[in-house]
Design a protein around this ligand. Sequence first.
Ligand code: IPE
Ligand code: IPE
Ligand code: MG
Length: 247
Amino acid sequence: MSNKSKTEEAGIAPLQSVAIIMDGNGRWAKKRLLPRNAGHAEGVKNIERVLGVFRELGVHHVTLYAFSTENWKRPKEEVDGLMSLAYKYLTERLIPKLSDPDYALSIKFIGDKSRLSPELRDKCIEAERLSEGRPFVCNVAFNYGGRDEIVHAVNSAIADGHTHFDEELISRYLYTAHSPDPDLIIRTGGEWRLSNFLLWQSAYSEVYVTDTLWPDFDREDIMEAMRAFGSRKRRFGGLNPEDRKEG
Ligand code: IPE
Ligand code: IPE
Ligand code: MG
């Protein structure tokens, strides 16, 4: 048997950790003259498909941006729709699946759970507990903001008695402490911005933007993103051997 990972076998650079800004649900719905929440429902359906492909490719950590700390600014009807969609998905689909001890997925909700309804918060915690320690990690960023996360990390470190901070300490107090920083951040829906996503962790992530709207984002789009990642020269501020030669 080959020792190569699936990504290497496919001729794609190996990567451990991918993060996705799942944008474009509203536009997907608008194009079809449907309400925005129909786009969100379609977007939720795409999550398992996409996770399945990344798992096949040997990626161990996938972080999904599902609801930002700024998304509360949207009309109440849309926010309520998103909250009930999350609750329905957890109770009807995810928790029953996670109840199978052989199901490889470990789910973590990253973000501030305190603003969620007690019912939704309990379901998030139940899903996390049920799936703890499994090999394929999916972080769902829900009521997540990168700035909020850093402020939360610093306050938690102070509450634990720390008075001196370094990068390693702050990383340890982030919601994502259990996952490596993303090698690749993919944004669907064509906008070239981070929208407050993983501000600390994205320091040396490669960024890939596709015009494909989230509900349409499929295996071929993933392969294209992986190929683009493979063609990048990552230097982390240093020089690659071929750049060292003078003249
Ligand atoms: C992303 O899709 C999902 C959330 C922010 C919850 P949008 O709802 O932002 O879709 P567009 O950008 O309006 O198309
Ligand atoms: C980013 O999308 C947040 C999520 C995908 C959850 P937005 O649609 O909220 O981002 P902006 O407002 O266009 O920056
Ligand atoms: Mg958007």
